[in-house]
Design a protein around this ligand. Structure first.
Ligand code: BGC
Length: 771
């Protein structure tokens, strides 16, 4: 015991010394720098984009998103920053040489990771991800992305975890801790309230202090406190009138002073307007960097509109990160990550985060099935992940067709040919474009193939089961649409109808697999198929993972991290999303795109996702936290260690697998708090856990610790987190509405849990929803 203690003390001292050393060294270096060098260090070296300021140096890792400025005379190297959330995004080939490739693992997208509700697994994936980052000579990965799913049409929702900040924050902390255990850095992004892509560079998010604190900042707060990431990336949008990258209240008062963030803040690429305001705001590094920015900063110091002390601090923070980077430490890298091992980890995670939404009459796992009729273009072309900077150059991706064949099923050849020929022809019509061309003018998705009804009827007699794959893709720069995206297209509806009619007539089952990155409408068609598996965008091993769930090799254990509404209009943000434009003030913006000032008012306040649906009694199609298994679990014996709250409460509950196959269960802890001065949502997620793989008959006891902050809400008047006295109910659920056990405790007196500041205050009155 004594030994362990001394070791811990030694490590603590060592880490403290290391951090101190870095600060002292960074300070010394800044003292030696000229003003010009300082102004150069806080601006990246540019980007290789046609028509833009060329990058000032040759890229160390081709395809990486950016690099910092090197000052060789002081031994300061340029470090490499690369996207992104679902894997290392670099060029797969260099200098036209196809004899050597630089592929990376496409991990499952963030929404799938959140649907695992398994922080240990996500951390493990992070460790493998970090190894790849290091093996490719990259210093900082521009991930994880962790904005809240405010609206189902959000174009980047797949890159983000959840509608709930506790889930999002803990997932982000887990992956940051995993990645950074390799000695490389992360950048949690996009800080903050960046919940849409429409007008993303101009949008002014008008939102209350309480909604910011409880919903949009909360996940970042958890990630900062639990993982202390090397860097934070500010977002493109404004919050209540100020660009986030120019706002000292956000980047200094909240992030650094209130939460204790020790690292560096960088802009999103070309984010914000005023480099001097960014320096003053505490946004230390401007990415990817433009020559004009360096000049403006230098001029501002010369003409005394920027205090040199401010710039020194920014430069010091950039340097501290550089000093801990693999490049500075001259760590060797192989350019040969173990992609095989990582693919396996990617598959395991994918299997863990897929959600079984429907399973009538035990349609799944497949039994006595040999021949499968696989319908839908996405059965033959997996969408491993989304587009834009969230995309990954992977060596391959396993389609559902390949996954089913690998699992030993025979796929109907005739329909396979029909689909693959159709896809080939459609692709010829749309040759592959460069990243920038694709960003400016995205290729429309291939529409669903119109299959002949006679073929479907014939296949219903020849095959044992039908599987229909429905896919969706999206990415940065644009939000999703209602037609043919949130809603199914007419061809997709017809396909589902045709196939279910024909197969049910033969007493055969129909399974729908959803290969989607965000929420879609399901209520109008979900009664047709017998089973529905939500596979999300599952990374490069997706087809194998889906097959493992369909055949029962793996028991589904994912649960929804985001609500599926019955219809779009049921969403609390449906009316305000994506905001109001001011076209008369339009100008030409980045890459020649029209830049239209716009604003969006978050009038739903704190009532986002299930907080809205459950408080206002709106029934969703599938609620937050929902997901089926091939086995059943019994919840019992919920115990609180105290009936009266004093510093903390420990809750324990037993989970027993009462079915006939092994399985894991996601256990969710919600709290319903008393509502006196402060209105409260019906309940809020405060803890979650995933059991180990429980064999039939096995029991596991789960422990939760509830601390004062879990009881509190943000009181705007006093700028503090207050837990109101009264009765609190702990609810243990299999979902947000399927509550299995509950128990009460009392808080005797109001508790001021934390005193913060009144900042980011809206400049206009927000007519928020009232219950
Ligand atoms: C995205 C960021 C990304 C950056 C660098 C921006 O367009 O918003 O998420 O990290 O580009 O590629």
């Amino acid at each position: 015991m004594k030994k362990i203690f001394s070791y811990l003390l030694l490590t603590l001292c060592f880490n403290a010394v290391k951090a101190q050393d870095n600060s002292a060294k960074a300070k010394q270096l800044v003292n030696k720098m000229t003003l010009e060098e300082k102004a150069q260090l806080v601006v990246g070296v540019g980007m290789h984009i046609p028509g833009m300021t060329p990058a000032k140096s040759k890229a160390k890792v081709p395809g990486a998103a950016g690099q910092t400025f090197a000052i060789p005379r002081l031994g300061i190297p340029s470090i490499v920053l690369s996207d992104g959330p679902a894997g290392v995004r670099i060029d797969p080939f260099r200098n036209g040489d196809s004899s050597k490739s630089y592929y990376a693992t496409a991990w499952p997208v963030a929404t799938l990771l959140a649907s695992t509700w398994d922080t240990a697994l996500v951390k493990k994936m992070g460790v493998a991800f970090g190894r790849e980052i290091k093996n490719y000579g990259i210093d900082i990965i521009l991930a994880p992305a962790m904005n809240i799913h405010r609206n189902p049409l959000g174009g980047r929702n797949f890159e983000y975890y959840s509608e709930d900040p506790v889930l999002a924050g803990n997932m982000a902390a887990a992956i940051v801790n995993g990645i950074e255990s390799n000695g490389v850095g992360t950048s949690i992004k996009h800080f903050a309230a960046n919940n849409q892509e429409t007008n993303r560079n101009t949008i002014n998010t008008i939102v209350s202090e309480r909604a910011l604190r409880e919903i949009y900042l909360k996940g970042f707060e958890i990630a900062v406190k639990k993982a202390q990431p090397w860097t934070v990336m500010s977002s493109y949008n404004k919050i209540n009138g100020t660009y986030t990258s120019e706002d000292p209240d956000l980047l200094t008062t909240i992030l650094r002073n209130e939460w204790g963030f020790k690292g560096m803040v960088m802009t999103d690429w070309f984010g914000g307007k005023d480099p001097v305001a960014q320096m003053k705001g505490g946004n230390d590094l401007l990415m990817p960097g433009r020559l004009e920015q360096t000049k403006e900063i230098e001029d501002a110091v010369n003409n005394k509109t920027l205090d040199i002390a401010v710039l020194n601090k920014n430069a010091e923070r950039v340097l501290k990160v550089i000093l801990q980077s693999p490049t500075y430490k001259k760590m060797p890298y192989s350019d040969k990550p173990d992609l095989k091992q990582d693919a396996e980890i990617s598959r395991t995670v994918a299997e863990d985060g897929m959600v079984l939404l429907k399973n009538n009459d035990h349609a799944l796992p497949l039994k006595d099935v040999h021949n499968i009729a696989l319908f839908g273009i996405n059965g033959y072309e997996l969408i491993a992940g989304g587009t834009g900077s969230g995309d990954v150059n992977k060596a391959y991706s396993v389609s559902l067709a390949e996954g089913l064949s690998n699992a030993g099923y025979k796929l109907d050849k005739e329909i396979k040919n029909d689909y693959t020929n159709y896809i080939k022809e459609e692709k010829i019509k749309h040759p592959k474009k460069s990243f920038m061309e694709e960003f400016m003018h995205p290729t429309p998705p291939i529409s669903e193939y119109e299959i002949d009804n006679n073929v479907v009827s014939k296949k219903a007699t020849e095959s044992d089961v039908a599987v229909i794959a429905i896919g969706r893709n999206a990415g940065e720069g644009r939000d999703r649409k209602m037609e043919d995206d949130f809603n199914l297209s007419d061809t997709e509806r017809t396909l589902i109808q045709q196939v279910t009619n024909a197969f049910h007539a033969q007493n055969k089952k129909v399974i729908v697999v959803l290969n989607i990155g965000g929420v879609i409408e399901m209520a109008s068609w979900r009664d047709n198929p017998d089973a529905i598996l939500l596979a999300w965008q599952p990374g490069l091993e997706g087809g194998n993972a889906i097959a493992a769930l369909l055949n029962g090799k793996v028991n589904p254990s994912g649960k929804l991290a985001t609500t599926f509404p019955i219809k779009y209009d049921d969403e609390p943000s449906a009316k305000s999303f994506p905001g109001k434009e001011f076209p008369e003030q339009a100008a030409i913006g980045l890459f020649g795109r029209k830049s239209i000032p716009a604003e969006v008012t978050y009038d739903e306040g704190i009532y986002v996702g299930y907080r809205y649906f459950n408080t206002f009694n709106v029934k969703p199609a599938y609620e937050f936290g929902y997901g089926l298994s091939y086995t059943n679990f019994a919840y019992s014996n919920l115990k609180l260690n105290n009936k009266v709250f004093n510093q903390k409460i420990i809750a324990t509950v037993n989970l027993k697998n009462t079915g006939s196959v092994a399985g894991k269960e996601v256990v969710q802890l919600y709290i319903s708090a008393p509502s006196k001065e402060l209105k409260k949502p019906y309940e809020e997620l405060k803890g979650f856990a995933k059991t180990r793989l429980l064999k039939p008959g096995e029991t596991e006891t789960i422990h939760f610790t509830i601390d004062p902050k879990d009881l509190s809400s943000f009181d705007t008047k006093s700028a503090s987190w207050i837990a109101e006295a009264g009765n609190y109910t702990v609810k243990i659920g299999a979902s947000s509405t399927d509550i299995k056990q509950s128990a009460d405790f009392q808080l005797k007196k109001d508790l001021v849990v934390e005193k913060d500041h009144n900042v980011l205050t809206p400049k206009v009155e927000i007519p928020e929803f009232e219950k």
